[in-house]
Every structure is written in structure tokens, then in C-alpha cells.
Design a protein around this ligand. Structure first.
Ligand SMILES: Nc1ncnc2c1ncn2[C@@H]1O[C@H](COP(=O)(O)OP(=O)(O)OP(=O)(O)O)[C@@H](O)[C@H]1O
Ligand SMILES: [Mg+2]
Length: 279
């Protein structure tokens, strides 16, 4: 049965989508695991990153199902009067199958997912329930969350065993963390039987010497300590290869001219993450 991890931070632009996609590829390549990525952000960054803009457009134009169909499968409309349940396999796209047995699949997102937020009733459990038939086909499911609290966040919590919190150590880096604490507490009170745990905070895009960075890491560590949160020993370094990889539709290790030191530092984080969640 897959271990499910949501990448979340109520602050935007901290690297949730970048780390989701790179973690998925590295876990498949380095650890030979089968990974399913779920893009739970209406901005569909992870979908475009994994599929590339052309294949993504083709998917949407062909009206193939996305994560939106998961949340709207029971909504009766003139086009779907019977509101038939979604066969989740039809929403899964294979990105890569490796010779070592590892693979990366994706359930893409689409802009219309934002509309699901307008009718949130009874949607918390839909993602978890819909994934159930395929959960044994994967070792790891990674959910890329949007930076705002909504029914989608609660659906991600409900489907997850762990949360991974990327933080960019910069001015205002702590701003999303109290919101996350509140949101986790509210969820735990509403669903006391769900075993949602925090895998930890990972510092992303670190440069090692900026004084602002040192200051901001201190603030984050303080909040982590107050809440008994693990902070990953291995940090993800700042590297232009990450945005470049997004443009090339490739993970760090397959991006043109990416540096070996950055790749090996990211690999160390991947191994620490895998160990932490028992993968
Ligand atoms: N380690 C890194 N080094 C350099 N640039 C990075 C790194 N991680 C992420 N970035 C860049 O930072 C920007 C924001 O990253 P990303 O989109 O992954 O953040 P996000 O948390 O998913 O944002 P949002 O909250 O909008 O979904 C992107 O341009 C990405 O390429
Ligand atoms: Mg994102």
C-alpha cells in the first residue's frame, strides 16, 4: 500500500511543486519505486512541469479526466445527469517507466478545480475514496497542494499519512507556518481517527551564507521546536537548474548542465525523506 505525502505550506512560492516533481523522479530512479503525483493546485504547475505544456494542453483539449473530475464526479449537470463515479485509472497519465521498475504517474489538475471550492460540501473524503482502488499499485503518492486553505487542503489531509513542508529561508518565511499549525489542529479535531503526521520541514533554495537566511532559519527552527516538528538535516540548495528543469520538463539530474554537487545534495535529502516516512 502506498505511503501518501502532501507537500504543503500556506506560503506561496516556496518550492512545493518543484520538490513534488523532483522527489517523484528521484524516488523512482534512485529507489526504484512506483510514484503517483497528484496535482491538487488549480494553477496546475506540477502538471505542466511533468507533462510539458504541449502534452498537458492535449490532455485538457481531449477532455480526459483530471483531479477536477474526482471532486465533481457526483455533481449532477445536464452534461452528466447520472453523475457516474469516476474510474480513477482514466485520470492517471504515465510520465515515465524506468528499466529498474520505477515509474512516475500523474493525475493532472486544471483551472476549473478552483470552481470546486465554491461548492465544498461533502468533498473531504472524495480524493481518498477515489484513490483506494489504485493505492496498492504505488509505493508513494505525492500530493502537490495550493498555498491556501480550502476544501482541497482538507481532502489532501484526509488522504495523507504525512505532510512535508518546504520552506524558503527568506524574509517572511515563517508567515505560513502558524496558519499550517491551525489548519492541522482543526483537521485533527474534526477527524481524530486519521493518523496525519508531519514528516518535517525542509529548507529549500538555501545558499548557505546570506545573513537573512541564517536569521530566517532561526525563526523557522523556533516554530518547529514549539510544535515538535522535525527539521530535515539535508537542505535543498538554491540552483538555477530547478527552474531550468521545469522549462525542459526534466528532473534535476536530467536537466542540461546541472551540477553534480546539487544532484548529490538533493539525493541525500531524498534518502533522508524516504527513511523518515519508512519508504
Ligand atoms: N531549490 C531551488 N533553487 C532555485 N529555484 C527554485 C528552487 N526551488 C524552487 N525554485 C523556483 O522557485 C519558484 C517557485 O517554486 P514552486 O512553483 O515550486 O513553488 P510553490 O510553493 O509550488 O509555489 P505556489 O505556492 O505558487 O504553488 C519557481 O520558479 C521554481 O523554479
Ligand atoms: Mg505550486
Amino acid at each position: 500500500m502506498a505511503i501518501t505525502v502532501s507537500l504543503i505550506n500556506m506560503k506561496g512560492g516556496v518550492g512545493k511543486s518543484t520538490l513534488t516533481v523532483n522527489l517523484a523522479w528521484f524516488v523512482a530512479e534512485v529507489l526504484a519505486k512506483k510514484v503517483l503525483v497528484i496535482d491538487l493546485d488549480p494553477q496546475f504547475n506540477a502538471s505542466q512541469y511533468l507533462l510539458g505544456p504541449q502534452d498537458y494542453e492535449r490532455h485538457i483539449r481531449s477532455r480526459l479526466p483530471t483531479v477536477w473530475n474526482i471532486f465533481e464526479q457526483y455533481t449532477r449537470t445536464p452534461a452528466n445527469p447520472a453523475a457516474t463515479p469516476l474510474a480513477v485509472g482514466t485520470a492517471i497519465v504515465n510520465r515515465v517507466t524506468l528499466t529498474n521498475g520505477g515509474r512516475v504517474d500523474l493525475i493532472p489538475s486544471q483551472l476549473e478545480l478552483a470552481l470546486s471550492l465554491l461548492t465544498p460540501l461533502y468533498k473531504e473524503t472524495l480524493l481518498a475514496d477515489t484513490l483506494r482502488p489504485v493505492i496498492d499499485q504505488y509505493d508513494l503518492i505525492l500530493i502537490d497542494c495550493a498555498p491556501t486553505e480550502s476544501i482541497l487542503t482538507r481532502a489532501a489531509y484526509y488522504a495523507s499519512d504525512w505532510l512535508l513542508v518546504p520552506v524558503k529561508p527568506e524574509y517572511l518565511s515563517t508567515i505560513g507556518l502558524p496558519l499550517l499549525v491551525n489548519s492541522m489542529n482543526t483537521f485533527r479535531q474534526a477527524y481524530p481517527t486519521r493518523m496525519l503526521q508531519l514528516a518535517g520541514v525542509v529548507f529549500n533554495a538555501t545558499t548557505d551564507y546570506a545573513p537573512e537566511e541564517v536569521q530566517s532559519k532561526l525563526g523557522v527552527r523556533q516554530i518547529a521546536q514549539q510544535n515538535n516538528w522535525h527539521v530535515f538535516e539535508n537542505e535543498v540548495p538554491y540552483s538555477r537548474s530547478f527552474p531550468k528543469g521545469a522549462r525542459e520538463g526534466m528532473p534535476l539530474n536530467r536537466t542540461s548542465r546541472s551540477r553534480r554537487t546539487v544532484i548529490s545534495r538533493f539525493t541525500l535529502f531524498v534518502r533522508e525523506f524516504a527513511q523518515r516516512i519508512g519508504l
